[in-house]
Design a protein around this ligand. Structure first.
Ligand code: ADP
Ligand code: ZN
Length: 645
């Protein structure tokens, strides 16, 4: 059952790139001014052609001229009819090549002189020197800002640590549910903060760092806030990725800044989210564009800050990560993050407790049983459950209900697991029939296999991004281990959809791609990680790197090509056998497959008692138990091709 976790946290970083933008506009304006000012100053005189100027000189009208290299200003005195003398100012643009000009001026007794340097005045000169570099700086800052998502260039070294006073966190331990072990360990920290004297009197050192480890959305941030809330101390928070900036040294100065602030407010909690972004083991992957350098400097600064302050200063650093395996070992040494608290996905009773917390503010109908919902949501983390309650409330509100009913929760679970219903996606008859047989194929195989729980619902209503139909299987209880036969059963169930298409139509469609992908992944893991292959034995061929994040593939160890070939063969054999078993079961239940698919086509959704009525009739072929036990099929089995009718 795929669980889609919704971890779209709101972007906490305020995008502060307006500053860069404003600067850019200002600079552009200054540059324009630089061009406008000189021509603007020259506007007061009237401009005449050069030839007219020469003519006026030769007519003896011009008495004085200011001759610049690109501009000549001169005055003409004329007599008005009333006998008054008026001075008129003119300008003209000289022809550069006219070397005769001084001679002409001298011959006509014109008093002429060159203008003082810098006609534009000091502002213009200054601007013409300063503006261009400033503009480049502005553009650069603007680009950097957009890249780094923060005002890196303009607030170099300034910490983005925000101070949350006690009133703001307001989170209590009772708000965080389902993680009782973690809470019990962290309650100690609250006591350290509240009654530091009790410990220091005896010479005990209060721990400086606690590392919270667990999958996303399990409440690590909430726990850190709850510690601050319970102890009534300020809460500082920053994310590891915020430390890493484009410029070497910025991260380190942020660390320094953060600790300076924190020490002033001690006792307090400093929370560092995503510690792995900062504390990745050094000497791992090669440096990429100098980014490694920056991280190393920041990490070193963090280490020296942690070593530097007095353990009893009352600053406790809580860091969170979902990738503990990549954390630099130096961070875990005594006196640093030497305490590790696991915050794992909640079990059934934990989920019920979390649902209770989030349902506090929701009006529930009488038919809602949170323990039933908890049972139906294995694998959900706290954040998923919070999301579920909200989704159910939204559904109820959309229907103008008086309260949130169980049906709303069921629909919300399906939404989170399989995506939104898409009745608008219309399938043609052949497609719909294919999907119906495919889903019934999953259901029939799933009904026989151990450990996977019962098939609850099959549907041919498209949902989510790619599912044209779906089968929902609900485990009866939380499982922490998968036994060999359950893995085989799971693989066969995954291949059941495609096998049904083969049995009924004699050909396959593209609809099984996702099933095949999952089946292959599982078969490969059984062999390379769980050591379930008889031939290869309990040898791990992969390095487990992701403990809490699913969907990341692990790198293979160094293995010989021969072993690699053997692994491939074993994976293929596992899949082939499971495929054979699925085909065999469907042949055995050919009539049931037909009836159920027809019923599904008619109703579109089969669930509950109606579905059980069908699936109770599934018969197991004789070879099933042997295969579940050993993974092998008897030698005299019919060839697979012969099963394709
Ligand atoms: P993490 O830091 O582990 O990724 P958060 O603490 O940010 O997870 O949790 C995100 C949200 O999910 C919280 O705001 C809360 O609403 C909900 N949540 C997660 N875990 C729990 C829990 N154990 N109890 C109650 N709510 C939880
Ligand atoms: Zn399928």
């Amino acid at each position: 059952m795929p669980v889609e976790t919704n971890n779209n946290k709101p972007n906490k970083q305020p995008k502060n790139s307006q500053f860069g933008g404003t600067l850019l506009i200002l600079l552009t304006f200054l540059l324009l001014l630089n061009f406008i000012v000189p021509s603007f100053l020259g506007m007061s005189q009237s401009q005449v052609p050069y030839s007219e100027f020469i003519a006026q000189v030769q007519d003896g009208k011009v008495e004085q001229a200011l001759v610049g290299s690109d501009r000549i200003e001169y005055t003409i005195k004329t007599q008005t009819p009333e006998g008054e003398t008026v001075e008129q100012e003119f300008t003209t643009t000289p022809v550069a090549l006219d070397l005769d000009l001084p001679k002409i001026l001298r011959e006509n007794n014109v008093e002429f002189t060159a203008p003082p340097p810098s006609q534009n005045g000091w502002i213009g000169t200054l601007l013409s020197w300063i503006a261009p570099p400033l503009i480049f700086l502005g553009i650069w800052a603007f680009l950097i800002n957009r890249q780094a998502g923060g005002p890196a260039a303009l607030t170099v070294g300034k910490s983005k640590a925000r101070i949350y006073s006690e009133g703001v966190t307001g989170v209590e331990f009772s708000d965080v549910a389902g993680v009782d072990e973690a809470k019990a360990e962290l309650e100690e920290i609250v006591d350290f903060l509240r009654n530091a004297g009790k410990y220091t009197r005896l010479g005990a050192k209060i721990p400086k760092g606690v590392l919270l480890v667990g999958p996303p959305g399990t409440g690590k941030t909430m726990l850190a806030k709850a510690i601050a809330g319970e102890a009534g101390v300020p809460f500082f928070s920053i994310s590891g990725s915020e430390f890493i900036e484009l410029f070497v040294g910025v991260g380190a100065s942020r660390v320094r800044d953060l600790f300076d602030q924190a020490k002033q407010q001690a006792p307090c909690i400093v929370f560092i989210d995503e510690l792995d972004a900062l504390g990745k083991s050094r000497g791992g992957a090669g440096p990429l564009m100098g980014g490694n350098d920056e991280r190393e400097q920041t990490l070193n600064q963090l280490l020296s800050e942690m070593d530097g302050f007095d353990p009893n200063a009352g600053v406790i650093i809580i860091a969170a990560t979902n990738r503990p395996e990549v954390i630099d070992p130096a961070l875990r040494r005594p006196g640093r993050f030497d305490r590790q608290v696991v915050v794992d996905r909640p079990d059934k009773s934990g989920r019920e407790a979390i649902l209770n917390v989030h349902a506090r503010n929701v009006k529930l109908a009488n038919d809602v049983d949170l323990s039933v919902i908890a049972a139906r949501t294995p694998g959900f983390a706290g954040a998923d459950l919070a999301n579920l309650v909200n989704e159910a409330a939204l559904l109820a509100a959309r229907q103008n209900s008086q309260a949130v009913f169980m049906a709303d929760f069921n629909e919300a679970i399906e939404r989170l697991v399989a995506g939104l219903e898409k009745r608008s996606r219309v399938l043609n008859e052949l497609e719909k029939t294919t999907v119906a047989y495919h889903e019934v194929g999953h259901a029939i195989i799933g009904a026989l296999m151990p450990g996977a729980g019962k098939v609850e619902k099959i549907s041919v209503v498209p949902r989510g991004v790619g599912a044209l139909g779906y089968t929902i299987q609900m485990p009866e209880e939380d499982r922490f281990l998968m036994i060999e036969d359950e893995i085989r059963g799971r693989i066969a169930t995954l291949l059941g959809g495609r096998s049904a298409e083969e049995v009924v139509f004699g050909k396959v469609s593209t609809g099984a791609a996702d099933d095949i992908q999952k089946a292959t992944d599982l078969a490969e893991r059984a062999i390379t990680l769980y050591g379930m292959s008889e031939k290869l034995g309990p040898v791990a061929f992969e390095k487990i790197q992701q403990q809490f994040l699913e969907g990341y593939s692990n790198p293979r160890r160094a293995i010989s090509p021969k072993v690699a070939e053997e692994i491939d063969r074993e994976v293929k054999q596992t899949l082939d056998n499971a495929h054979h078993m699925a085909l065999s079961i469907l042949h055995h239940n050919r009539e049931l497959l037909e009836e159920t698919a027809q019923a599904l086509l008619e109703k579109e959704i089969l669930e509950g008692a109606k579905l059980r009525e069908h699936l109770n009739q599934v018969q197991a072929p004789s070879e099933l138990n042997e295969w579940l036990r050993t993974g092998k099929l008897s030698e005299d089995r019919p060839l697979m091709q012969s099963l394709l009718v």
